[in-house]
Design a protein around this ligand. Structure first.
Ligand SMILES: *[C@@H]1O[C@H](CO)[C@@H](O)[C@H](O)[C@H]1NC(C)=O
Ligand SMILES: *[C@@H]1O[C@H](CO)[C@@H](O)[C@H](O)[C@H]1NC(C)=O
Length: 191
């Protein structure tokens, strides 16, 4: 009799504890696969403006400034930390300008827009053999590449790394001192 009185509450207590653990585990797994599922951030870049303040074939001069707007949308219920956002301006594959936006953090389910201004280095540009034939025609093909890499830590445990790259084709019309642009982005999920 004395034994049963001692064991029965212990058995009930143990059963309740196991049930609570099982329920918590189910809730946790369900939440993880719904609300807290890590999602890759969306990165969209657009060329918001280009200015050609000077253009000359000989001596070679091209004062070109490209303003790129980079919007990073973090769909996670956790903040997203990103490293330096580097925008490189290339001419026929060679880097002729660069802009760096310092590393930062975007809050849960928030969007941050960063602006990058890249100026062309005329001296470096003039050394590229394509400059003279392109400048003679008056059409110079440029490309900007903006890379954003970072990670979100969901529920303090699950990490998702993502790397996005946005490439914008910028075609400069030297004689008319204006330009056209078109951007395309790619996302790489993983660490
Ligand atoms: C073009 O850039 C050069 C070098 O940065 C500068 O000396 C010159 O004044 C600029 N010209 C114009 C019209 O902005
Ligand atoms: C560039 O300027 C010329 C002359 O002002 C204009 O006809 C042309 O449409 C402009 N192009 C762009 C892309 O703005």
């Amino acid at each position: 009799m004395a034994k049963m009185k001692r064991n029965k509450p212990a058995l009930i207590c143990c059963g309740v504890l196991v049930s609570v653990i099982v329920v918590l585990a189910i809730v946790f797994v369900a939440l993880y696969f719904s609300v807290f599922r890590p999602r890759s951030p969306k990165v969209v870049a657009t060329v918001v403006g280009t200015s050609v303040s000077a253009f000359n074939v000989f001596p070679p001069v091209l004062n070109l400034t490209v303003h790129v707007s980079v919007a990073v949308e973090n769909p996670n219920y956790a903040s997203f930390r990103y490293g330096d956002v580097v925008t490189v301006l290339r001419y026929h594959g060679d880097a002729v300008g660069q802009s760096v936006v310092p590393a930062g953090e975007i809050g849960a389910r928030a969007t941050e827009t960063m602006g990058a201004t890249v100026e062309v280095d005329t001296i470096r540009l003039a050394l590229i053999p394509y400059f003279f034939p392109d400048a003679a025609v008056g059409v110079l093909p440029f490309e900007t590449t903006t890379a954003v890499a970072g990670k979100a830590t969901v529920l303090g445990t699950f990490k998702i790394g993502a790397r996005s790259e946005v490439v914008c084709e910028v075609t400069v019309f030297g004689l008319m001192r204006n330009a056209t642009s078109e951007c395309t982005s790619t996302v790489h999920i993983g660490r």
